[in-house]
Design a protein. Sequence first.
Length: 128
Amino acid sequence: MKVLVVEDSERLSRSLKIGLSKAGFAVDAAQDGRDGLAMAQTYDYDAVVLDLMLPGMPGIEILRRLRQAGSTAHVLILSARDQVEDRIAGLDADGIVRICLVRAEAADELTDTADSHPHGGVDPAAAS
């Protein structure tokens, strides 16, 4: 399974990349909204971990553009915003988004989400 992490915090991005890689995912990362959109439009990702507050372009705008272009990648919204209204806005922006994570919860919830993948979090055919 190929995952794109779009997160401007270098430390969090690196941690997510290391953790997801150890779980068997092929992981790319971008720290800017424009770079994240370009990567997501160029490569075929199974999932995108997307921060909402990014330099260059907000995560919600990236999500809208991806869906307008026909992308069906699973999206996990990751944000420092912890208000219920912010989570609902992220979920309302796209009917395919299944989860909106607050950064403090991210590691545990990402692991749980990956574990619920039909292939136990790892799709050997897609990881190559």
